[in-house]
Design a protein around this ligand. Structure first.
Ligand code: SF4
Length: 226
């Protein structure tokens, strides 16, 4: 995983995203003016022997693109890691920076796009480019049992990666729903959750209980924590 993460961080395949993440890193947000932003593709984070792989959309401009760790330094990450802590898949609820001591147990966190996109919207071409890393990640975490996809876009591009990796399925993009679960070949599973973005958490579309229920179920299906 270390080699893969180094390769992801060195990727320069998407010119628009390269320009954007470097520009954000240079201009910074006032609240973070003392930070040295990461300003590169954000690698995977977690346990290389994980049975559960969490798939997000993309790093946030002032979250992962600032801290260099996926889902770290923004509200979505606060929700995700607090939930992982509550279900005993993380050693602490906070995720502040790369050296904050956070460790995940049996979980790897990745994204279908490893660079922060303008307005949180990668183009289809950028998502297509990043499929290479998604497939490499799933090959590297070879013992995974459960994929937890956060949001419809992560779901759609995870389905594509699975097909290309030889997991035959007939799942449709339209089947995405919070809490939906699908069996995959080889006694593996795909679970869907709304993304813990502020758009969903501030409006109550996604509650802490709803997110926790997804990870309780993921743990059960993966046989984690035994
Ligand atoms: S989005 Fe993915 S493919 Fe594009 S530059 Fe970033 S890491 Fe590379």
């Amino acid at each position: 995983m270390h080699k893969l993460n180094v390769a992801i961080a060195a990727c320069e395949k998407c010119p628009r995203l390269m320009e954007y993440i470097q520009q954000v890193a240079q201009t910074r947000r006032r609240a973070y003016r003392d930070w040295e932003y990461w300003g590169k593709p954000v690698p995977n984070f977690g346990d290389p022997a994980a049975k559960i792989v969490v798939v997000g959309l993309a790093p946030a401009a002032h979250g992962g693109n600032r801290t260099g760790r996926i889902f770290t330094g923004d509200e979505s990450g606060n929700w995700l890691f607090r939930t992982l802590y509550e279900v005993e898949l993380a050693n602490q609820p906070e995720s502040l920076h790369r050296e904050d001591g956070l460790e995940l147990r049996d979980v790897m966190v990745t994204a279908v796009c490893h660079c922060a996109p303008p307005a949180n919207k990668p183009t289809r071409e950028e998502l297509q480019n990043c499929q290479h890393w998604m497939k490499a990640t799933l090959r590297c975490v070879g013992g995974w049992k459960v994929l937890v996809v956060l949001g419809r876009i992560a779901y759609e591009w995870t389905l594509r990666a699975l097909k290309e990796l030889g997991f035959e399925h007939s799942l449709k993009t339209s089947a995405f729903a919070h809490g939906a679960e699908f069996a995959l070949p080889g006694d593996r599973w795909l679970l869907c959750s709304y993304h813990p973005s502020q758009q969903n958490t501030f409006t109550g579309k996604l509650t802490r209980e709803m997110l926790r229920a997804v990870f309780d179920r993921a743990k059960q299906l993966a046989g984690s924590g035994k």
